[in-house]
Design a protein around this ligand. Structure first.
Ligand code: NI
Length: 270
């Protein structure tokens, strides 16, 4: 387990940048336009399977050991996912959003591919310091990737990328020169970024106390066991939070919005 939150996030960020070259450009664009060198991170998201060895709880354990607490649970029935979010008492630390795929809800052939991948993982791997950015512990064929993609874009992403940050999130509230998410989106589009338009460019809004948008994932070449393929890697998200009637800033997530954000790694819209 990591002993320092900032070191963990710095390592996650370096791993994410290596396969998400556009993230650096987003950082420069918003950081420089906003007149600040460091952007504030609203949350970082992770994906996994609900198989004991590497399930949501195993990923969460790294954050709980660093003082994070579970604060919310979410269900994504159509995508066959559940998720939890975690917060630190030090609110300057990013929130953490971890989801897991309900493997048994899929066909035998899909389950077999996933089980084979997970069987390859060393029994204690999930407890290692670097597990959260350890990538894949297996190699799948492009055919297996395509089989997973037909059933679940999420499963295919996991097969290709494994354990790492799926996205980082700019806190729009902390940008000095932008008031609203729509202006951030406009700046991104003018700079040539492609935004996820599933469910609209902006998901949510003041009425649910959270507005979110995201870029579409970069496309990176991956070496499968048989061939190389250009596929979606990671994306960048932007979140604007609003105060609740009690005066406190909303810190949770909105399932209907997150459902659409998941589609930022959709290979079918390439
Ligand atoms: Ni997110």
């Amino acid at each position: 387990m990591h002993t320092n939150i900032d070191t963990l996030f710095a390592n996650l960020w370096q791993d994410y940048l290596a396969i998400t070259p556009s993230a650096q450009k987003v950082h420069q664009l918003l950081g420089e336009t906003a007149g600040q060198s460091e952007l504030v991170n609203d949350h970082v998201a992770f994906r996994t399977f609900n198989i004991d060895k590497i399930n949501l709880d195993k990923l969460a354990a790294h954050f709980i050991a660093l003082g994070y607490e579970e604060k919310g649970q979410y269900n994504f029935e159509q995508k066959k996912l559940i998720a939890k979010h975690f917060e630190h008492a030090d609110t300057t630390k990013p929130k953490v959003f971890i989801s897991e795929l309900i493997v048994e809800a899929f066909s035998e052939s899909v389950q077999a591919i996933i089980q084979k991948m997970v069987t390859n993982i060393e029994p204690n791997a999930a407890a290692q310091d670097d597990f959260l950015y350890s990538g894949t512990h297996w190699q799948v064929s492009s055919e297996d990737y395509d089989t997973l993609l037909e059933a679940s874009e999420y499963a295919a992403w996991m097969a290709a990328w494994g354990f790492r940050a799926n996205h980082f999130t700019v806190s729009v509230n902390h940008l000095q020169h932008f008031q609203v998410l729509a202006d951030v989106n406009q700046q991104l589009k003018e700079a040539g970024f492609v935004l996820n338009t599933s469910g609209g460019e902006i998901k949510g809004g003041p009425e649910v106390h959270l507005a979110q948008s995201s870029t579409m994932a970069d496309h990176i070449e991956v070496q499968f066991s048989d061939t190389k393929k250009q596929i979606p890697s990671c994306f960048y998200e932007f979140a604007q939070r609003y105060k609740m009637p009690d005066g406190n800033m909303y810190q949770g997530f909105v399932a209907a919005s997150a459902d659409k954000i998941f589609e930022s790694t959709n290979a079918k819209t390439m």
